[in-house]
Write a protein that binds this ligand. Structure first.
Ligand code: GCW
Length: 654
């Protein structure tokens, strides 16, 4: 049975191409094995060799700027034979080239004539696992953690290799093994040994291991009285800890830190700044070439400021004070991975600090594993947004690829949607989000539809009907979720803590910013959060040309309207409808889209293997039922406030 285990690496019968590696290494051996398994039989032999090897450099190929990781595939004559050469400046680059060639072949390209050239635009392309040491995964919907901490480091589950293969095939080069809500134990000797075993497995695939570090670890496992970053004993403890880790993992990537956020300890506990904390830890890993990824996701119980403003307020004044091996990790939006958020105001606001993107691949707020939502259009929406940091064209993508300010340290992270389920991600279509994240991390300018197409061709087969139908389903699926959950700029209406299902009425949780009513601000008169000068003035955190648009309800795109404005129920929208009628139209449109996906998927029944077809069909039925639940529950609550009737022709909530 087809259980989805092979992800997009469904090779079928090996073609048995002739592949040679004049100089071998574990990475090149892996690349050759992949080509032998993954390619159809080719006419020309394939040679994997570095660009600096004499026989390759003698060819005088114009390879452009490949950097350390970029690859080139060329048809050349080597040693008197016509061959397909896969080359680059490192073995990992060649591995990426091998996977690109397989992708080329499996999406209809001809290997014997292939000419491919590509280099990643972003240096750190990371998966962040929110995996706990007890095997659970925070916001994970694909089963238990992949990491079997209990049997590591001795037992090296072959699945770890498949994880590395899948990631290398899309260019991911780093993995944070453990949850940002970190337990200090992850930094103890036994866990360092476990992490080292994983690092050994991932190394040939170009993947470095990183760990989330708990700021108070010097107290909890070091026996110190304080974790004050300016205390010399604390700094010395982290230095010794880093040295210990690097003895076990010589190419350890560094630390990811969630500090003073949602109850996590941090430098603010000692009245020190986030820069004090980050720089102290950065100094510990710097001698080894390590980095610190410091998260900007902060908001505090004691802070009455609009939650959407707090990260900017905290971090913007620190611009220019971070050590050069620190990178600030900023979520795509200012609240928390909602189905739609305007881009985070920190992008474009800290020119002297490298900022990396944090996307969420796991669908915490988009229906968990069950709802079908292809996230590339959402990722692209943020990456393509213009910050105006240095005038028009200063897109978020150009902030994070370092090109605006010339930063060398650049990065993008996705919170993984991976677990021990046979299909890794909880559903077939969720695999596409892992895939799309990797492809966009490599090149943020790739079109989301093109990514969907190549994913579908490799995952579901090349039958044009299957591919076209799947791509058509995927492309609008995230917008459908926005429509039936939180249309027109609404956010955080999910039931609190679980984040599943509608609960716009919740008002009684102890922290105001945990309550959906805080975000919708709905009342008899209207709905939406006033973030203009008459409200929280969050709009002022954007560059003036952007702020000008978001400050004016007439200029604000309707998709973001209720994020920035409190709007009367009878406001006239672009369609000519009132806001109330427009909201209903969006809820309905979302449901209709899901109904359409069901119909389309039904048409593929004869063309997709039974197991994956059935699971998807069942999930779509759940999604349709829950899309209606979202509309009906939301409308019932809005109607209890506005006392407006449903427009003529609209069925009453079931
Ligand atoms: O998205 C929210 C989640 C928390 C998460 C937190 C964070 C890891 O609800 O589960 O904790 O953000 O990003 O730190």
């Amino acid at each position: 049975a087809e259980d989805g285990y092979d992800l997009w690496l469904r090779y079928g019968q090996p073609g048995g191409s002739a592949v040679s590696i004049p100089h071998t290494s574990p990475t090149l051996a892996a690349a050759a094995a992949e080509l032998r398994r993954g390619l159809p039989r080719t006419t020309r032999p394939i040679v994997l060799e570095r660009a600096t090897a004499p026989e390759v450099s003698a060819l005088g190929l114009k390879l452009g700027a490949l950097g350390d990781e970029g690859y080139a595939v060329r048809q050349v004559r080597l040693g008197g034979r016509a061959v397909t050469l896969v080359t680059g400046n490192s073995d990992v680059a060649i591995l990426y080239g091998a996977f690109a060639l397989i992708r080329h072949a499996r999406t209809g390209g001809n290997v014997d004539t292939a000419t491919l050239t590509s280099a990643p635009r972003i240096k750190l392309r990371m998966l962040d696992h929110w995996d706990n040491l007890d095997g659970s995964v925070e916001r994970g919907y694909a089963g238990q953690s992949l990491w079997d901490w209990w049997t590591l480091p001795d037992f090296r589950d072959p699945r770890y290799v498949d994880y590395a293969r899948a990631n290398a095939s899309i260019g991911i080069n780093g993995t944070v093994l453990n949850n940002v809500n970190a337990k200090p134990d992850s930094l103890t000797a036994p866990y360092i040994a476990k992490a080292a075993a994983l690092a050994d497995i991932f190394r040939p695939y170009g993947i470095k291991v990183y760990l989330s570090a708990r700021f108070s670890a010097p107290i909890e496992i070091g026996g110190l009285k304080t974790a004050d970053p300016l205390d010399p004993q604390v700094a010395a403890w982290w230095k010794a800890k880093a040295d210990e880790i690097y003895r076990a993992i010589p190419d350890f990537g560094g630390f990811l830190v969630k500090a003073n956020s949602e109850g996590q300890p941090g430098p603010r506990d000692y009245h020190r700044s986030h820069a004090d904390g980050a720089n102290m830890m950065a100094a510990a890993v710097a001698p080894h070439g390590g980095i610190v990824m410091w998260r900007a996701f902060v908001y505090a119980e004691t802070n009455a400021e609009d939650r959407a403003k707090q990260a900017y307020s905290e971090f913007k004044p620190l611009d220019g004070t971070f050590a050069n091996n620190v990178i600030l990790q900023v979520k795509n939006g200012a609240i928390d991975f909602q189905p739609r958020e305007p881009f985070h105001p920190l992008f474009g606001a800290m020119p002297k600090t490298p900022l990396m993107m944090e996307f969420q691949i796991t669908k915490e707020y988009l229906g968990f594993a069950t709802h079908l939502a292809y996230l590339a259009p959402m990722f692209k929406e943020t990456l393509d947004a213009d910050t105006y940091e240095r005038g028009p064209g200063s897109t978020v993508a150009r902030v994070i690829d370092g090109s605006i300010e010339g930063h060398k340290l650049t990065g993008i992270a996705g919170v993984a949607n991976i677990g021990r389920d046979r299909d890794w991600s909880g559903s077939t279509f969720n695999q596409a989000n892992w895939y799309a994240f990797g492809r966009l991390a490599w090149d943020p300018s790739l079109p989301s539809e093109g990514i969907a197409r190549e994913w579908a061709e490799q995952t579901l087969g090349t039958d044009p009907k299957v591919v076209d139908t799947s791509v058509a389903m995927m492309q609008g699926s995230r917008e459908a979720v926005v429509d039936y959950m939180t249309p027109l700029g609404l956010a955080h209406q999910m039931s609190t803590s679980g984040h599943y299902g509608p609960a716009p009425w919740i008002a009684d949780l102890k922290r105001p910013e945990w309550n959906p009513v805080y975000y919708n601000q709905a009342d008899a008169r209207g709905i939406g959060f006033d973030r203009t000068a008459t409200g929280s003035d969050a709009v002022a955190q954007y560059a003036p040309p952007v702020a000008k648009i978001f400050a004016d309800p007439k200029l604000t795109p309707e998709r973001d309207l209720l994020w920035f404005h409190h709007v009367a129920w009878d406001r006239k929208m672009a369609s000519g409808r009132t806001l109330w009628a427009e909201m209903i139209a969006h809820y309905d449109r979302g449901i209709d889209y899901v109904t359409g996906m069901r119909t389309r998927w039904d048409g593929l029944k004869p063309l997709v293997d039974a197991e994956r077809w059935q699971k998807t069909a069942t999930y779509l039925a759940i999604q349709q039922r829950e899309a209606r639940w979202w509309r009906d529950a939301s409308l019932a609550y809005w109607m209890s406030l506005n006392h407006l009737p449903l427009p003529a022709g609209e069925a009453a909530p079931e």
